[in-house]
Write a protein that binds this ligand. Structure first.
Ligand SMILES: Nc1nc2c(ncn2[C@@H]2O[C@H](COP(=O)(O)OP(=O)(O)OP(=O)(O)O)[C@@H](O)[C@H]2O)c(=O)[nH]1
Ligand SMILES: [Mg+2]
Length: 412
């Protein structure tokens, strides 16, 4: 009995496969978020693109044998697998084989809660699945999606034939258009009020929703997993005028007590977001493009924070928001010091610039994550972003300073 229970509770194990020199930290985080275990990582020693498997057949056989030797339930590639290669792999290994795009789609499918997110994710999944509709080695009972720890929204649609799927895609697009139009109307209404808008942007799990909650005393969904937020959530925030109490010079007119602004949380950024998802979430991501100022939230305790920053810049460029005024917020500063205060003052070692020596291996997700906040990362961050603001949404450290800075940037 105990054995059966153990077997049922066992997380699916996957073998990760990457190109030479690839950094697997992101895929690992995604895989943990999906509730899977990693049996091993396999780095290819050269790029040798061949039509059948995307690499030589000898290498493909070696990978299949290794997957079985380390007791894997599936194989995940850190690169894109087209439908034909995917089928070839599955025939060769008799294991499910998929790519990071499918991992991300599964995570999004698990997390979509609101109508818009559900529609967007379903559309992205169907577009991804359409060319993959043929069943795994002829077994009609086993179709893609819905196993390995994810509920796989959209699997009912996958049972439809291609035409059915195309019709469903058409319908979804029409429905989404309505939702997007609705949001545009709301946005235009907000624009008319002339109220300033600030968007929280950052890599997934940096603490954007936590910051929104801490600043506005609201309750956006927060979780130590990737892509906790799929919908933009907007809250009002009152910024007091720091000069109101102290000013004695009213010669330039009355000094206001402060101003209300709108603060919007956004979906977390990640590198190489599948194209279908970039399109699907474009309207969500575009909340940042319409803002007057961006708060770029960085997890200062994550050694990969510099790679995250590069990703943020890329995504902002893609949505034409890279010229916006920004404030860099270094969050999770409590990892450095219980009191939340942190002034390392440690100079960088000679010859090291802030961009160099980026640590490449870490698990960014949940339970498996080891916090390795090291002063070196923080010092590099301080050097790269001299006008940053340090905060901890956990201890409240830095929040008042952040509000003052926001006021200064928006109203002076
Ligand atoms: N120690 C510490 N943990 C924090 C802090 N801010 C956020 N966290 C934790 O970081 C995890 C992610 O926080 P979220 O606010 O969900 O992050 P997010 O950027 O909104 O993530 P996505 O919605 O997935 O993009 C949660 O477990 C939070 O409790 C902080 O200042 N200190
Ligand atoms: Mg969030």
């Amino acid at each position: 009995m105990e054995e059966i229970l153990k077997e049922q509770l066992k997380k699916p194990r996957c073998l990760l496969v990457a190109w030479p020199g690839d950094n697997l930290f992101e895929l690992k985080g995604l895989v943990y978020t999906l509730g899977m275990d990693i049996s091993d990582c396999f780095w290819l020693n050269k790029v040798d693109i061949q039509p059948a498997y995307g690499m030589g057949s000898g290498k493909a056989e070696e990978i299949c044998a290794h997957a079985k030797a380390v007791d894997s339930d599936c194989i995940i590639m850190d690169f894109e697998l087209d439908p034909t290669k995917q089928r070839n792999w599955e025939k060769l290994c008799h294991l499910p084989v998929f790519d990071r795009q499918e991992v991300i789609l599964r995570i999004f499918a698990e997390r979509a809660l609101t109508k818009e997110a559900v529609l967007q994710v379903e559309l992205a999944r169907l577009e991804y699945s359409l060319p993959r509709l043929s069943h795994m080695y002829g077994d009609l009972a086993r179709q893609r999606g819905g196993s390995y720890g994810s509920k796989g929204s959209g699997e009912t649609q996958l049972e439809l034939d291609r035409r059915g799927v195309r019709e469903r895609i058409h319908l979804l697009k029409k429905e989404l258009d309505k939702v997007i139009q609705n949001r545009d109307t709301q946005r235009k209404r907000r624009e008319k009020t002339n109220i300033r808008k600030v968007a929280l942007c950052g890599y997934t799990n940096a603490g954007k929703s936590s910051l929104l909650n801490a600043l506005t005393s609201s309750e956006a969904f927060v979780e130590n997993k990737l892509f906790a937020t799929l919908d933009p959530l907007t809250r009002k925030l009152f910024l007091s005028n720091p000069d109101y109490e102290t000013t004695e010079d009213f010669s330039k007119g009355p000094v206001s007590k402060g101003h209300e602004i709108l603060l919007t949380d956004t979906v977390g950024f990640i590198s190489n977001l599948p194209h279908s998802l970039v399109n699907a979430f474009r309207s969500t991501l575009e909340e940042a493009a319409y803002a007057d100022l961006l708060l770029i939230v960085l997890d200062s305790s994550d050694p990969n924070v510099f790679l995250h920053y590069e990703t943020i810049k890329d995504v902002l460029k893609e949505i034409s928001a890279d010229e916006h005024e920004v404030i860099i917020v270094l969050n999770k500063i409590d990892f450095y010091n219980d009191k939340g205060s942190c002034n390392t003052g440690i100079p960088l070692p000679e010859g090291i610039t802030p961009d160099e020596n980026i640590s490449s291996e870490t698990n960014i997700s949940s339970d498996a994550r080891e916090i390795t906040a090291d002063q070196f990362t923080l010092t590099k961050l301080e050097n790269q972003f001299p006008s940053h603001i340090k905060v901890s949404t956990k201890t409240g450290f830095g929040l008042e300073e952040l509000k003052k800075e926001l006021f200064k940037r928006l109203f002076r």
